[in-house]
Design a protein around this ligand. Structure first.
Ligand SMILES: NC(=O)c1ccc[n+]([C@@H]2O[C@H](COP(=O)([O-])OP(=O)(O)OC[C@H]3O[C@@H](n4cnc5c(N)ncnc54)[C@H](OP(=O)(O)O)[C@@H]3O)[C@@H](O)[C@H]2O)c1
Length: 335
């Protein structure tokens, strides 16, 4: 049965108490060894967040990693031991986020964090804008954009705005995407969330300048993770029955499946993990870090060339150069 927020909190505290005190010999487990290397990472149960956690721990960091399920907390605690503390919260639950920030603060003994990595995110699936259910758009923006702001607000004092704390101000790394800088057809909701995150990051970077808190946009291309599985799992178009776009959306799914099966299409999440460490340990980090395989196709081409040329190429790739009679008549029989 699902736990109430209060039950979740007491489970979390109990976990900390267990991890801070070995029953026989007093404090031992879970003690933060290097207070200058403490990082909060959201969404560490799988994929990029897991890869980041693994890399940071290999670099002697202590990671406070957010998960939503107790089973994930236990699995990761068993794997990473003393260098890892699970935080149990959903990024959209503001109260739980605030509680987690207070708990981290109580463990930091008056020091700043090295960083916050806003990584948790989802892809609600492919839809034409014309048919996109507004509830899906809201969910996409809620998890990938609004929640990142709420998590940032909660941890900001620990990163540099609480001037009573000691140490160097921390860094905020926002997990955007190459698709925050350009949009493929039928992925507009996802791209809107990442473009919004880019805009929020830029404003925040400028606002935090006086406090010495760097804000870095991390923009990966295809990385082999569960999010691509979500795309397949969410493949059932939620577009309206008989929509003129349904055939095109199905085509886009086929294209995505073909591309995903090409060797070299994906990079491993460890690549992102290592870049995150490089950024966190840099004295003057870049403001926008692109991490993508197939640099020309995924980044240089779509962002460098004039947009109307890119439009033509994307229309060719998605077979959308002209209305397709088989697809583009309302009520047409779909394949
Ligand atoms: N993979 C790529 O190619 C790629 C490329 C560019 C950017 N990104 C971005 O990288 C980030 C991580 O994605 P991923 O590819 O590693 O996918 P993933 O394996 O599906 O991981 C997503 C993580 O986010 C967590 N999460 C989802 N909704 C949450 C919520 N409401 N509250 C708290 N945690 C939540 C998930 O936790 P649960 O296990 O509890 O669901 C999971 O730990 C996302 O922001 C994504 O947009 C991915």
């Amino acid at each position: 049965m699902a736990k109430t927020p209060q039950e979740q909190e007491s489970w979390l505290l109990a976990g900390w108490q267990r991890s801070q005190f070995d029953e026989d010999s007093g404090p031992s487990l879970g003690v933060i060894v290097n207070i200058d290397r403490v990082v909060v990472v959201t969404g560490v149960s799988s994929g990029i967040g897991y890869g980041i956690t693994k890399s940071l721990i290999a670099h002697q960091c202590h990671v406070f990693g957010s998960v939503r399920k107790e089973a994930d907390a236990k699995r990761l605690q068993a794997e990473f031991g003393d260098f890892f503390t699970p935080l149990l919260f959903d990024v959209t639950d503001e109260e739980a986020v605030t509680r987690a920030a207070a708990e981290v603060r109580s463990r930091m003994k008056g020091h700043f964090l090295l960083g916050l990595v806003n990584n948790a995110g989802i892809h609600v699936g492919m839809d034409a804008v014309a048919d996109l259910p507004i509830s899906k758009l809201r969910k996409q923006l809620d998890v990938n954009l609004i929640a990142q702001v709420s998590v940032t607000q909660a941890f900001l004092p620990l990163l540099g705005t609480d001037l009573t704390l000691k140490g160097k101000p921390g860094k905020i790394l926002n997990m955007s995407s190459i698709y925050g800088s350009y949009t493929l057809p039928f992925s507009s909701a996802y791209s809107a969330s990442k473009a919004g995150l880019n805009a929020m990051s830029e404003g925040l970077r400028r606002e935090l300048k006086p406090f010495g808190v760097d804000v870095v946009i991390i923009a990966p291309g295809p990385i082999q993770t569960e999010i691509w599985g979500d795309l397949v799992r969410n493949a059932e178009p939620t577009t309206k029955k008989g929509s003129v776009f349904n055939g095109y959306v199905q085509n886009a799914h086929r294209l995505s499946e073909q591309e995903c099966s090409k060797p070299g299409w994906f990079w491993d999440s460890s690549v992102v993990g290592e870049r995150i460490w490089k950024v966190l340990s840099s004295k003057s980090p870049p403001v926008h870090v692109v991490i993508t395989p197939n640099w020309w196709l995924n980044w240089f081409g779509p962002t460098f060339f004039p947009r109307h040329l890119v439009d033509k190429e994307i229309a060719r790739r998605f077979r959308m150069s002209r209305p397709h009679k088989k697809y583009a008549s309302p009520g047409a029989k779909e394949e």
